[in-house]
Each structure stands twice: as C-alpha cells, then as structure tokens.
Ligand binder design. Structure first.
Ligand SMILES: Nc1ncnc2c1ncn2[C@@H]1O[C@H](COP(=O)(O)OP(=O)(O)OP(=O)(O)O)[C@@H](O)[C@H]1O
Ligand SMILES: [Mg+2]
Length: 284
C-alpha cells in the first residue's frame, strides 16, 4: 500500500466532460512524482481528489491509510498541502501575515511559534517584507510565492503542487526546485506536482506519469518516459532541450548512441568524458 492510493477513479463534471477515466496509481512515501499531459488532460482534477475538494463518481482514493471521504477531510487536509494552479483560488485573507498564519492559528499554535513559522515560510519564498501587504494586490509570481508559503508553513507530509513554477521568474523557479528537493531530502516530504515544464522534470522527479483524456498513459522514470518521442508529441510535450541537443549530436555521429542526458549536469558528465577522451586527459 502506498502513501496515496488511487483505485479505479473516474469523474465527470456536471454538464462537463469525463475528466478522469479509471485512474489507478500509487505513490510511495518520499517519492517525487511529476504529472504531465496536455491542457485539459485531467491533472488538476486528479489533484483535487487527493484532499477531497472533488469526490470520485467511481473508485476510491486513500491517503496514508485514510479513505478520502467527508469524515476524514480534516485529517487528510492536514497531511496533504495543496498549492493550486491559480493562486487566486487559494488566497483569501486580508494580509499576507494572516494568509500564511491561517492554518497554523486554526491549529491553535502559540503566538511566538506562529510568528516564527510565518517568518520562516516567508523567508524560504524570499518574501520577508510582505507581511502587511494585501495578497490580492500582488503580482502573479508574488501570489504564487505567498500561496506556497502558506502551504509550507503547515509542514504537510505530502505536497501537491499544481504548476508550482508557473508565474515564477527564472531565479525564483530555480530556488523553488532547490527548496522542494531540500524538503524532500531532509523532511521526507512526498511530492506530486503537475507541470508543463519538461526541463525541470529531471531535477525534481523520480517518476513521471503521463496523462491524456483523463487516463494515465505511461508511468516511468524520467529516462523511461523521455524515451517515447511519438507519445510525447501526441501529448503536446517534448524532451528537455539538453536531450534534444544530445540527440542531434548523436545523429551527426558526434556522440555515441544511447539514452541522452536530461539535465545540464548529466550532459556535462557525458560531454566532459568524451571531450576529455579526445583531448587525451589522463582520467578521461
Ligand atoms: N469546474 C469545471 N466544470 C466543468 N468542466 C471542468 C471544470 N474544471 C475542469 N473541467 C474540464 O475537465 C477537463 C480536465 O480539466 P483539468 O483542469 O483537470 O485539466 P488539466 O490537465 O489540469 O489542464 P491544464 O494543463 O490546462 O491545467 C477539461 O476538459 C476541463 O475543461
Ligand atoms: Mg490544471
């Protein structure tokens, strides 16, 4: 049994499409899982099943042994922190301080600890000076950071992130990846995130799920998933740029055939060894 188990889950919106079509998946504690697929594939709908914002028409979702049904919503929502795709769906307090403190004060956290935790959460998203601002008047990227801070402050066991780097500037995005990996490594937080950004996936995912028309089509490591150019193309995805470069060099006979690197670091290892060998380095 996983930390999250989704069994035969289907869901149709009222007057809308069948958004989930018999989805089965299991996520182990400490895993980092990317969910990818074209617009309208059902990613956000699936995420809302993890904390009971939507309930399946068929099938069931179990989080840490608890079926996600009304009676368990409070317990499940303490375990699952959700960063929404659209920050405007998440922010509703008059100040940033109150926004980030909201869940903690509902839990009855003492004021000193509450202040320290809010400060910690705003520091990790690089927004320490925004305490008294109104969330609604912030920029898109600033709202995303505050939404993240409000979820991180609760130190959930599972982080569900719907397009977490969307709206962040490049440096903010890089810092967020480092932070999420640190939380995963040091606190064992399980992460599942939806993204269209194929270039971040090798840095942030142990496993990738590809979704189309409400159904899971492929489940594998980043290397396995990015080995399927036709399926990726059908699902409006592509391989990371660094893999595309390596493949062009393979076609030109300048790199040996095989799995291309997916990250800059993997590419450096591959190119470095090759260049070193050609240059006759001692350790090459
Ligand atoms: N509240 C709603 N009412 C009716 N239909 C909806 C609603 N929300 C989503 N849908 C439909 O359900 C399907 C799945 O939508 P969903 O938001 O889960 O897709 P997604 O994979 O998250 O897409 P994106 O990449 O654009 O965020 C789409 O066809 C969408 O139009
Ligand atoms: Mg979505």
């Amino acid at each position: 049994m996983g930390l999250i188990d989704v069994t035969d889950v289907s869901y149709t919106y009222r007057n809308g499409p069948r958004a989930l079509d018999c989805v089965n998946l299991s996520i182990a504690p400490g895993e980092r899982v990317a969910l990818m697929g074209p617009n309208g594939a059902g990613k956000s709908t699936l995420f809302q099943m993890f904390n009971g914002l939507l309930e399946p028409d068929q099938g069931q979702v179990i989080v840490d042994g608890l079926p996600v049904v009304r009676a368990h919503f409070p317990a499940v929502r303490r375990k699952v922190g959700m960063v929404f795709q659209d920050s405007d769906d998440q922010l509703f307090n008059a100040t940033v301080y109150r926004e980030v403190a909201y869940g903690l004060s509902n839990m009855g956290m003492p004021p000193d600890e509450l202040d320290a935790t809010v400060k910690w959460a705003l520091d990790v998203v690089d927004m320490p000076d925004f305490l008294d601002k109104t969330p609604f008047n912030l920029s898109g990227g600033e709202k995303k950071r505050i939404a993240l801070a409000s979820v991180l402050a609760m130190k959930p066991q599972i982080l569900v992130l719907d397009e977490p780097t969307n709206a962040l500037d490049p440096l903010g995005s890089t810092k967020l990846l480092a932070l999420l990996n640190k939380l995963n490594r040091e606190l064992g937080i399980t992460m599942i995130f939806a993204t269209h950004d194929v270039d971040i996936v090798p840095y942030l995912a142990d496993r990738v799920l590809l979704m189309e028309h409400g159904a899971l089509r492929l489940n594998g490591t980043p290397a396995e998933v990015f080995r399927n150019p036709e399926l990726l193309h059908r699902l409006s995805l592509r391989r990371p740029y660094v893999a595309q470069l390596a493949e062009l060099l393979m076609q030109d006979g300048l790199l040996p055939p095989g799995d291309p690197p997916l990250s800059v670091e993997q590419a450096r290892d591959m190119f470095g060894q090759l260049l070193c060998r050609r240059a006759g380095c001692e350790d090459g």
